[in-house]
Design a protein around this ligand. Structure first.
Ligand code: ADP
Length: 306
């Protein structure tokens, strides 16, 4: 059995008209019915998750040493899609010195003083770092398309909310990403794709489990009422902003272990593709290393014992 074919990720080809219903949220249909198969896949995914964590750590070490690139991971998804858990998982394989997570909520009064991309510019990972955006500038299309009244409070020039306004926003996003890529930022965009039913289960679990109740917000339910609209705007986002240099990956997320394995896999893959190497040691350095080893191993005495 080739496990990967059952949980494989899909990147969105540039220009593809996306219908989210065509992307599964769990496992391939035939496997869902086959309980034994599902168990084997889960076991494989759990093992692969551990291996990935090590691979991630090695890849990140090289990335951090090289310092020519940075990696920007964008995480989007409906409420309860598992963004926080995925971040925790990915982070557990990284060197804390070389990564940062930025979470973006409703823009503050101060943030609204600037063009919408400003807060993302200033939160970019530095060279050598892996940066995770927990929500991103895609919310600046997503939320106000569903709740256009939000734009009334954002002190925007006339014409906001029109077709040309949205076209300009998409254009800004595409050219922002292009600019980043031109300057050594690698961009991975992940959409954690859960089903309507799975969101219901997770919300119920959130309401019933004491340690999760704090996460519940009544807006989770009101936004759920807009599920269809959210899916449609996401489809528009993927269709318009998946590019060769910054593709969207639609990650089936009904099973957390599937989503986390895939995300870690894709990060490792994208770093490995850079074919980075530790800096070459020059002849002079080699001599210095030999001399230092010789000194430490044979000649040094603890001055306190003299
Ligand atoms: P999360 O749901 O990611 O755990 P929060 O509970 O802090 O985090 O929710 C952040 C909220 O901010 C979300 O409802 C999100 O849609 C909203 N948000 C983020 N960016 C924007 C934006 N640009 N415009 C309007 N709302 C936004």
């Amino acid at each position: 059995m080739n496990e990967e074919t059952y949980i494989g990720w899909s990147s969105v080809p540039r220009g593809m008209k996306v219908r989210l219903a065509d992307f599964h949220t769990g496992l391939a249909k035939n496997l869902k019915r086959d309980k034994k198969g599902k168990k084997a896949i889960k076991q494989w995914a759990m093992e692969s998750l551990n291996e990935n964590r090590e691979a991630l750590s090695t890849a990140h070490d090289l990335f951090w040493t090289d310092k020519r690139y940075s990696l920007l991971i964008i995480l989007q998804g409906m409420d309860t899609a598992g963004k926080d858990g995925a971040i925790k998982h990915v982070m557990s394989g990284l060197n804390p010195q070389g990564c940062r997570v930025e979470s973006f909520g409703v823009p503050t009064r101060n943030e609204l003083n600037y063009p919408f991309l400003w807060r993302f510019w200033r939160s970019l990972p530095r060279k050598g770092e892996i940066g995770i955006f927990n929500r991103s500038y895609y919310e600046d299309v997503l939320v106000p398309k569903i709740h256009p009244e939000i734009l009334d409070t954002q002190r925007l020039p006339p014409g906001y909310g029109s077709k040309s306004f949205w076209d300009a926003r998409f254009e800004d996003i595409i050219s922002f990403e292009k600019q980043l890529v031109n300057n050594g930022v690698i961009i991975l965009k992940f959409f954690l794709h859960i089903s309507f039913e799975e969101q219901r289960n997770r919300l119920i679990s959130r309401l019933k489990t004491e340690s999760k109740q704090w996460k519940f917000s009544s807006s989770d339910l009101s936004e759920r009422d807009h599920w269809k609209q959210y899916q449609e705007v996401y489809e528009e986002i993927f269709s318009r902003t998946s590019t060769d240099y910054a593709p969207w990956y639609i990650i089936p997320a009904d099973y957390k272990w599937v989503a986390r394995t895939m995300i870690a896999d894709l990060i490792v893959l994208s770093i490995r593709q850079l074919d980075l190497r530790y800096p070459e040691i020059t002849e002079i350095q080699k001599v210095e290393i030999e001399a230092a080893l010789e000194k430490l191993q044979n000649t040094e005495k603890n001055p306190a014992n003299k």
